[in-house]
Design a protein around this ligand. Structure first.
Ligand code: AMP
Ligand code: GLY
Length: 437
């Protein structure tokens, strides 16, 4: 049987997804519904259509044309607009939760309430607000260690942290006022201190298979300075943990993902089918949940899918059919470092439409295209994270050297973080955790 598989999305994460599908020896044809031209994805697909991937009618009519019976949704916005629901309604099986289950990512208040209702560990002290009433009292309660989060999708930009983005109660109240005037709810929660990591799990509604743990770097500049971004780069370790984590801490995060999947099944009577991505912080008081995402991380997908030894098509069927417990999900015991090259001026004032040249990248299998466009003059920057590379080796510093060499060979008005995955930066994380424990 030939599998017809539709991938929705066209960034580097989806390039990694398409590559993992393409590696399967099963007979298949891959199609992509894209929001921009991605030459790396397009060359692996039988069909590549650019359109509004957040519009369920468009996605459904495009899926019909391809004859796809399995779809994988890459980004969060189609999940939020009910694309998974629309596809299931016409018998296309979907890796990616339905809209109500995707609230895990789309509503911070939903997730905090779910953890509380089901007594799942890792939650902060928090309150949900719709106005300024009671805000100052709660900020006082938290003793200056607080985070204010807009209760909706904001690409990471709706979160403001005390001492970082908010320097006084006055600034915090101004931000809350802005959110309340916009008619939105917001969550104020306890600020955790520690090191962040991502644990993504394949989930079929009942069973979970956990992937190697990854650390992302959200700040634009070296030394974790500058504005927040979608993620500038990531690393993972050969033992599938991270140098600053104990085995027990990884198990705590796995437990939180397992319990959350159970809670969703209980709450909705229907299981979560897709990638359950927990954003965690390890603190002196154990592992805490920062947020959930309802999809693969970007860049994290590039780290883990580059290591996936098992057949990704089998895993996808395991997820949609609810047979994941009979499916193997094995990852190579290697370290990975992923680095993004982004346009000069990113994220606030990125240059756009400028030519880039990737011809000097020595191993094209390690290159992932993201926000690019193809014009008469060749490949150009499309304004967001442009291309990424992954280095794979026995140790993190060795993988870093490969990634650094490859990303430095990409020419154009771009920049990247040279520090991600270096022995110095990894040691800094370890020391930080040792000082807190
Ligand atoms: P989120 O969109 O919830 O992941 O938040 C974006 C970033 O804000 C996270 O990656 C953290 O760096 C930071 N953050 C969010 N919640 C907390 C928290 N409770 N304590 C400390 N930092 C947080
Ligand atoms: N790496 C962060 C994210 O995918 O949301």
């Amino acid at each position: 049987m030939k599998h017809k598989i539709l991938v929705i999305g066209s960034g580097a994460r989806e390039h990694a997804i398409v590559r993992a599908l393409d590696r399967s020896e099963q007979e298949k044809e891959i199609f992509c519904l894209a929001s921009n031209m991605n030459p790396g994805i397009s060359e692996l697909c039988g069909g590549f259509t650019v359109g509004n991937i957040n519009n369920p009618e468009f996605v459904v009519s495009s899926a019909k044309k391809t004859g796809a019976t399995l779809a994988i949704i890459g980004p969060e916005s189609p999940l939020a607009s009910g694309v998974a629901d629309a596809l299931w309604n016409m018998n296309v099986k979907v890796v990616g939760p339905k809209k109500k289950l995707a609230q895990l990512e789309t509503s911070k208040a939903f997730t905090r309430n779910l953890l509380k209702e089901y007594n799942i560990p890792g939650g902060p002290k928090y309150q949900v607000f719709g106005s300024l009433d009671g805000v100052l009292d709660f900020l006082n309660d938290l003793g200056g260690y607080y985070v204010v989060k807009y209760d909706g999708l904001a690409g990471g930009k709706g979160v403001k942290v005390a001492g970082d983005h908010l320097r006084s109660y006055g600034e915090a109240l101004d931000y809350c006022q802005k959110l309340a005037v916009g008619g939105g709810e917001f969550v104020i929660e306890e600020k955790f201190i520690g090191e962040e990591f991502s644990l993504m799990s394949f989930c079929d509604g009942e069973s979970l298979k956990h992937m190697p743990v990854v650390q992302d770097h959200k700040r634009a500049y070296e030394g974790d300075l500058g504005p927040n971004t979608g993620g500038m780069g990531t690393y993972s370790d050969a033992n599938h943990s991270l140098p600053f984590l104990t085995d027990g801490e990884v198990l705590e995060a796995c437990y939180i993902n397992n319990q959350t999947a159970k809670a969703l099944k209980d709450k909705f009577g229907e299981g979560y089918k897709g990638i359950l991505y927990g954003g965690f912080m390890v603190t002196a008081g154990g592992v805490k949940l920062i947020e959930y995402n309802a999809r693969f991380g970007d860049p994290e997908a590039m780290n883990v899918l580059s290591l996936l030894e098992s057949d990704f098509i089998d895993i996808c069927y395991g997820i949609v059919r609810g047979t994941l417990n009979q499916t193997v999900a094995r990852f190579l015991n290697k370290s990975t470092v992923c680095k993004y090259a982004v346009p000069e001026g990113y994220p606030d004032h990125p240059v756009k439409g400028e030519s880039i040249d990737v011809s000097l990248v020595s191993n094209p299998d390690n290159l992932f295209y993201s926000s690019v466009d193809t014009q008469r003059e060749g490949l150009v920057e499309a304004g967001s994270r442009t291309v990424a590379v992954v280095g794979i080796a026995d140790t993190i510093p060795e993988a870093e050297k490969i990634a650094e060499k490859e990303i430095s060979s990409v020419k154009g008005p771009l920049f990247h973080r040279t520090d991600i995955g270096t022995a110095d930066l990894v040691q800094k994380r370890v020391k930080h955790m040792n000082s807190l424990r």
